[in-house]
Design a protein around this ligand. Sequence first.
Ligand code: PLP
Length: 466
Amino acid sequence: MRYISTRGGSPSVSFFDALLTGLAPDGGLYVPETWPHLSAEQLRAAATAPYAETAAAILSLFAGKDLSMKEAIGLTEEAYGGQWANPGITPVQQVGPGDYILELFHGPSLAFKDIAMQLLAGLYGLALERRDARLAIVCATSGDTGGAAVEALKETDRVDLFVLMPKGRVSDVQRRFMTASGGDNIHALNIEGDFDTAQAIVKALFADKAFAQEVALSPVNSINWVRIMAQSVYYVVASSALAIAGPVNFTVPSGNFGDALAGFVAKMIGAPIGRIMIATNANDGIAKAFETGTYAKSAASLATLSPAMDISVASNFERIVYEAVGRDPVILKKLYESFAQSGSFDIPAPALAMLKQHFDAFGVDDQETRWALADCFEQTGEVLCPHTAVGWRARFGEDEITGARVLLATAHPAKFPETVDSILGQAPGLPRHCADLFDRKEVMVDMPADAGAVKAYIRAHIGTSA
Ligand SMILES: *Cc1c(COP(=O)(O)O)cnc(C)c1O
């Protein structure tokens, strides 16, 4: 399987190159050249098979000849093993007739990003061993991505991970997942500034091509194709198990559009999926685009109760627009050039119609998020994280749908104890597998908001772990 750029201006690459590169050289995002399909038998098996088995089938479908089936199974069994608090990896809870919550937060850092990151770690390890190379992975984080990357990569040979977090702007639980892992290849950098500052430093590191080459810099961010692929697995598993009365509908708390896109990928490879509801918080560019036909970036992201969804541009949206314009890179490129210049583009009418055929979108403000968190607790006894509560509210904005419906629970409520406490009057406790989080030793380094200082730090610390 080869991967092509949405903007049509770069040569196609292999599965492993798509993994290691991130953005395509022409500024586009990698997508598979064609959509592969799971067999009817594989889809049937997904309903009851161990999670790792379905994950291996999907990984093998997208890696093609780059990976043997034996390697694929080895990787997924490693990724979805004893580090998960639930042997089903992504169990579903029934909360009403035909009504389910898909729990994606049983991994080491209590957010759904663990699901992709655990598999990525093994794939990085394998790619680097084959190439006899090392990588310096950098990541700017507003909270959950950094923790998931640290937990996944803390034992990966040949990788040094540098996490840039905005000092004082992540929660205590989030910070400890980055600083208290004990991994000697993990470097948590406390940047004097906000998330945009940290992100700008990462961009500056990559812009310095000589430096990037010297230290073998690689990004781990949500536009990585392999993360999307890994997330399509739980849609396949859940929809196969629940599609008794026809296709299954999903509601997805959404920020960068990665998770919702993974639902579309699952549908493309054959999973019985109906409609996908994109639930955004007050950063509702996608919901507005569905209403008005214009996708526009906001000046800055608004700070909300669901911080992992506070983004002003949903980077993965480009991949679905590419599908919606019939995979025409010329049209896509024009739209995104207009976006870069004026901050918006009009979605062509047939493309908007295609989007509406698969998706709904709904924006939810903080007041409604609070209401939803309390409402779900009252109706079902389930304590949601604030991101999942956005999804609970969005479902009331749905048109009449048929078939089962599934809400993705993207983080454990214990990751956001203050918010949950302020609404329900009780703070959820950490689950047993990380109950000692506040007893672990924290290691972090304060850094000025200066790319030069970060470069010097990376140079001095690559390859120093055992
Ligand atoms: C990252 C994140 C999201 C948003 O996912 P996208 O793939 O960016 O749409 C939602 N909820 C939580 C808890 C997250 O960490």
